[in-house]
Ligand binder design. Structure first.
Ligand code: MLT
Length: 426
């Protein structure tokens, strides 16, 4: 616990420490304090606090020890149970759940803006078939700024509102067209008679007799809700940093898409599936795999386990496991990969090695299996993450833009290179 003033009293498990506050100069004690604080990982007295990606935010609350996640104060479990993704979009972006009239208006605007500009449609049709869908998504979102130049002024609230709606409405259309392109299929245009998620699935997989399966619609909606925000992770911090330069919403979101494309962030559920497929290739031998994970030398990792923030469990994973059970139990015959995932979880949770390291399934562990059962190819998984995360990114960008004290981000650098050296001449 730190109280600030002319001096700082630091109370921690081992005792109390009182140190003067230094500003600018790096006195010995200041360095000692920073080291101490750094090692607790709890707090920073870096005067560059406001200059880094760190921020104050009213959007999402996470308690990593208790496994709590709340959007604008509402527990994720309750939202997952009762809300729709459209309601969550409104909640994250505007801070309140929508009234029925607001929800009707949002639904109508999302529907009316779902078609993407014809020029962008042509561009997507020209992307290489073998391109990774995240590379295509990044390019397409950047291009949205070019096609929506009338919604690019970050200082004009009406334009920000337009950009918000167009992004939310068009990202699923862009994603579906990227999938159609990558799989050599004709584009399916948005159908105004369908709801947001139903429309996305219809554009992705094409119309089917009897329409889109309602269970898949609910599953996708729920997965989007569970991915909608997660405070200051890599992509959200990126959106804020880029937005702090007053880059428009489209450019900032494209930056978030790029951050998410990295395997350590949005690629984790793909990695889980690849791990399960790898185990399946060696006769589903979970015991040997677990042994390999415990052998540090083998560098084998248990993907989809543990989380940088959650110390005991990831509250999203409970909902996702339930969903996986619902979706996968309907599959014809048993799903061997799901069986393997369940076995792996059981082994890991009862093995002291993993218990000591607080490793438990995270949001990514069962997500890939559900996407796969729905018919998405592995390289589309991160695209789905991006659609879900979009309202969170937008909310963070808007929060930053509405903060009168916000300044351009300039993370603090600690120079560790050589001292001054004389140029030796030629
Ligand atoms: C996320 O949902 O963004 C991931 O769990 C990564 C994170 O929050 O650090």
């Amino acid at each position: 616990e730190v109280s600030e003033g002319r001096s700082v009293e630091l109370r921690y498990d081992g005792g109390t420490h009182r140190l003067p506050v230094f500003s600018g100069t790096e006195g010995e004690e200041a360095i000692e304090l920073k080291t101490l604080l750094g090692s607790t990982g709890m707090v920073t007295l870096d005067p560059g606090f406001g200059n880094t990606a760190a921020c104050r935010s009213e959007i999402t609350y996470i308690d990593g020890d208790a496994g709590i996640l709340r959007y604008r104060g509402y527990p994720i479990e309750q939202l997952a149970e009762g809300a729709t993704f459209a309601e969550v979009c409104h909640l994250l972006v505007h801070g309140e759940l929508p009234t029925p009239e607001q929800l009707d208006e949002l639904t109508a605007r999302l529907r009316d803006n779902a078609a993407i500009p014809a020029g962008l449609r042509d561009l997507i049709a020209a992307f290489p078939v073998e391109a990774h869908p995240m590379a295509s998504l990044s390019g397409a979102v950047n291009m949205l700024a070019a096609f929506h130049a009338d919604a690019c002024d970050p200082a004009d609230p009406a334009q920000v509102d337009e950009a918000t709606i167009r992004l939310l409405a068009q990202l699923p259309t862009v994603a579906a067209q990227i999938h159609r392109r990558a799989t050599g299929q004709d584009v399916v245009e948005p159908d105004p008679s369908l709801g947001y998620v139903e429309n996305f699935l219809n554009m992705t997989f094409g119309p089917t007799e009897g329409g889109v399966d309602p269970l898949l619609v609910r599953a996708m909606d729920l997965l989007f809700i569970l991915h909608a925000d997660h405070e200051l992770n890599c992509s959200t911090a990126t959106v804020r940093v880029v937005g702090s330069s007053q880059a428009d919403l489209f450019a900032s979101i494209a930056a978030g898409v790029n951050a998410l494309s990295g395997p350590l962030h949005g690629g984790a559920n793909q990695a889980v599936l690849e791990m399960l497929e790898g185990i399946q290739r060696v006769d589903g031998d979970v015991d040997s795999f677990i042994k390999k994970v415990k052998d540090r030398e083998s560098k084998t990792r248990l993907m989809g386990f543990g989380h940088r923030v959650y110390k005991n469990f990831d509250p999203r994973s409970k909902q996702i496991k339930k969903l996986a059970q619902q979706i996968l139990s309907r599959q014809e015959g048993e799903d061997r990969l799901f069986e393997l995932a369940l076995q792996l979880e059981e082994h890991a949770l009862s093995d002291q090695y993993f218990v000591d390291r607080k490793l438990y399934p995270n949001v990514d562990f069962y997500t890939g299996l559900i996407y796969r059962a729905m018919g998405f190819p592995t390289n589309m998984f991160t695209v789905l993450f991006a659609i879900g995360r979009l309202p969170g990114w937008i909310a963070h960008w808007r929060e930053l833009r509405n903060d009168p004290a916000a300044r351009i981000a300039r993370p603090r650098q600690l120079y560790v290179g050589p001292k001054e050296r004389a140029y030796p001449g030629r």
